[in-house]
Design a protein around this ligand. Structure first.
Ligand code: SAM
Ligand code: MD0
Ligand code: SF4
Length: 346
């Protein structure tokens, strides 16, 4: 495409044009650096139309790494013999203290499907309430598939966003990744949440058994449920898991999918996660069209990430100050809380 054609393409999308499967396939098939740069530039143009140079900042609190599930890609699957932790309510209150005024737009409370919480889900609701009382900020919950009643209670007690990633809409691939878990159960939980006042995030895993066809299927699957936030993360092989020996892919497919997501979901939140490649990686993801930085840890935190590119590294480089100063060096800045409230529909 010539620069003029690219501008026209971005304009069409801004004006509501939707991509066909053929468009999606063509974009996902781009390989040359020159064409990729054009794709990223178009994605940025669309992002800038809706969000300007302003970026949202999401704080990540992985408060329990116990899990009853056996996801083949995940370090925390119950068959992995690893050190785990579960923060107490007091620990979480302490964490909230250091988060006051730090500049986050939202707090992401993530856990494995921890039996401690699944056996007595009111404990989870209580925790959501505590964080809301302490910080009065929007709360994302990433607790896995909780039942509808608990989703409602969590919503009443301060949860605004449900993050629940399908990973793929290719059922065969799903069965290999989310071993033993219902495909519909995950879709339905997200749908129920959306119908009951939550914003929802869906996500894809790339770099593990997906090709262009299955990525198009997954993008369509996501679209059908009208998510407020859409992500893609590169699979990072994890020690002690069934996929330990898999080849680690480059970030190329993730960056390409981020840009395509921006064109397919023009006005939605798209994360640049620090969990895959840290702050240097954040820059590439923002350049591909992302607009919310996720997996920023509380100051001086020793909490885990999920994909954990930095496991074992001394310098973790995942704090909000470093993120903001890097944003500024890119000519971007944190959005206002009022902007975020608008995204939430408040
Ligand atoms: N236990 C909850 C669940 O599974 O929904 C919450 C955790 S969820 C936010 C963890 C997500 O991180 C997965 O859905 C997956 O997309 C991503 N993830 C996990 N392990 C990963 C890995 N090894 N590489 C890349 N992404 C990974
Ligand atoms: C992230 N490590 O944003 C977090 C996590 C869960 N809602 C998010 C995958 O990358
Ligand atoms: Fe458990 Fe979530 Fe990891 Fe699956 S992705 S094993 S549900 S923590």
């Amino acid at each position: 495409m010539t620069p003029d054609e690219m501008d026209k393409f971005a304009e069409d999308i801004i004006n509501g044009a939707s991509l066909s499967d053929e468009d999606l396939k063509k974009l996902l098939a781009i390989e040359s650096e020159e064409e990729l740069e054009k794709l990223y530039r178009t994605a940025r143009k669309v992002r800038d139309h809706f969000f300007g140079n302003r970026v949202f900042l999401n704080c990540f609190i992985y408060f329990s790494t116990y899990c009853k599930n056996r996801c083949a890609f995940c370090y925390y699957n119950c068959e992995n013999d690893i050190k785990r932790y579960r923060l107490t309510r007091e620990d979480i209150k302490e964490t909230c203290k250091v988060l006051k005024g730090a500049g986050f737009h939202m707090i992401d409370l993530t856990m494995g499907e921890d039996p401690y919480y699944y056996d007595k889900p009111e404990r989870f609701v209580e925790l959501v309430r505590t964080v809301k009382e302490e910080l009065n900020l929007p709360i994302m919950i990433s607790p896995g598939v909780m039942n509808n009643e608990i989703l409602l209670k969590a919503r009443e007690n301060g949860a605004d966003f449900l993050a629940l990633y399908q990973e793929t809409y290719d059922r065969e691939r799903y069965a290999k990744l989310r071993v033993g878990q219902s495909f519909e159960g995950r879709v339905n939980a997200r749908r129920f949440a959306k119908e009951n006042g939550y914003c929802v995030e869906d996500g894809l895993l790339t770099g593990i058994g997906n090709d262009i066809e299955s990525t198009v299927l997954s993008l369509r699957g996501m679209k059908a449920n009208n998510p407020d936030m859409v992500r893609v993360m590169t699979f990072i092989p994890q020690e002690g898991t069934p996929l330990e020996g898999a080849q680690q892919s480059s970030n190329l497919s993730e960056l390409k999918i981020i840009a395509v997501q921006r064109l397919f979901f023009p006005d939605r939140l798209i994360p640049a996660s620090l969990d895959v490649e840290g702050i240097d990686g954040m820059v590439h993801r923002l350049n591909a069209g992302a607009n919310i930085v996720t997996s920023i840890l509380p100051p001086n935190s020793e909490l885990d990430g999920v994909a954990n590119y930095d496991r074992g590294l001394k310098e973790r480089d995942r704090d909000i100050k470093s993120v903001i100063s890097r944003l500024e060096s890119l000519g971007m800045e944190p959005a206002s809380q009022a902007d975020f409230e608008k995204v939430l529909g408040h």
